[in-house]
Design a protein around this ligand. Structure first.
Ligand code: BDR
Ligand code: CA
Length: 309
């Protein structure tokens, strides 16, 4: 099987780092570009972290800076979850310098040069960079094989009662992506909360005997505070679910839905409205992932990370 040309748009972020290493360790994906957005922490940190994560894996992949704020709203980070630097205090060696230019241009250039329906886009942060691409050159959706988004929640949110952090950060951009016409797959909190990293998973990772990336991942897993949602049992590996879908879809079950954004100021802003039963009478525009084989997921992450330098 030929590896699929892939762009990863991210805001590292502790779980973004794990997701990036999973992608870089996966022979199904040919990661050609890592584009970065402000999100979990400010762009100056997410860019440094993305460069460091890619550098530790020893891969000569372009890392390019993108938007440092949403299209319309006010930027707010999630440093309370990921630490002030975004990697829960882990200090990685500096990575290769960022590639010149800005993310939206780099994504557009790569898509323009690609054959139709060939590029997988995996987005792990606020959708600003992707929104800019498809708002300014909608025809590029034709070059996309699939957009996999870690975003949103059908049930409760994690930044407001209604909204998940990435969706809430730039709902207008996400609405553009939902409407772009490309195949969209949603790894929302409803499925990513099932990727609960518990002490036994951390012990298995540490026992897997890998190199610097695995050791760094284990330190991240040890440093992230258990979530209140899980009653302190563990913390969620949201972003790696999107990558896992792209490389091991048999771990998931889902259904086609119509998804739309609530962009209206107020308590619902940033909510992803997921129409599971076709009540809106609208044509489906997304595959909504509902269930995860949790142990299969952690087995995949651990086995793959153990192959990295
Ligand atoms: C998402 O928000 C960020 O904090 C994580 O990196 C993940 O992408 C989960 O809500
Ligand atoms: Ca993220």
């Amino acid at each position: 099987m030929n590896p699929r040309p892939t762009i990863i748009d991210c805001d590292p972020g502790t779980d973004d780092a794990i997701a990036l290493w999973l992608a870089l360790a996966s022979p199904e994906l040919d990661v050609q570009l890592v584009s970065v957005v402000g999100g979990n922490v400010g762009l100056e940190h997410t860019l440094r972290n993305a460069r460091a994560v890619v550098g530790l894996a020893g891969r000569p992949i372009r890392v390019v800076a993108g938007a440092d704020r949403p299209m319309l709203g006010r930027f707010e980070d999630a440093a309370h979850v990921h630490g002030a630097d975004g990697l829960a205090g882990l200090v990685l060696p500096d990575g290769p310098p960022a590639a010149p230019g800005i993310a939206a241009d780099a994504i557009r250039d790569l898509l323009r040069a690609a054959p139709p329906a060939s590029v997988t886009l995996i987005a792990l942060g606020p959708a600003t960079n992707l929104g800019l691409v498809f708002a300014t050159e909608p025809a590029l959706a034709g070059k996309v094989a699939e957009i996999v988004l870690m975003t949103g929640a059908m049930a409760e949110g994690n930044i407001t009662p209604s909204a998940e952090f990435n969706a809430w950060n730039d709902p207008e951009a996400l609405q553009v992506v939902f409407g772009c016409g490309a195949k969209v797959t949603l790894a929302t909190l409803d499925v990513t909360n099932q990727a609960l990293c518990m002490p036994a998973h951390i012990a298995s990772l540490e026992a897997a005997g890998g190199g610097a990336c695995l050791n760094a991942a284990a330190r991240i897993w040890r440093s992230v505070r258990p979530s209140r949602r899980s009653a302190g049992r563990g913390h969620e590996q949201h972003d790696a679910c999107a990558v896992a879908w792209a490389v091991a879809p048999h771990l998931f079950a889902g259904r086609e839905v119509f998804a739309a954004m609530d962009c209206i100021p107020g308590p619902g802003r940033g909510r992803t409205v997921i129409d599971r039963w076709g009540r809106a009478g609208r044509e489906a525009n997304a595959l909504f992932l509902e269930t995860l084989d949790t142990e299969g997921f952690f087995d995949l992450v651990i086995r793959r990370l153990a192959t990295l330098p």
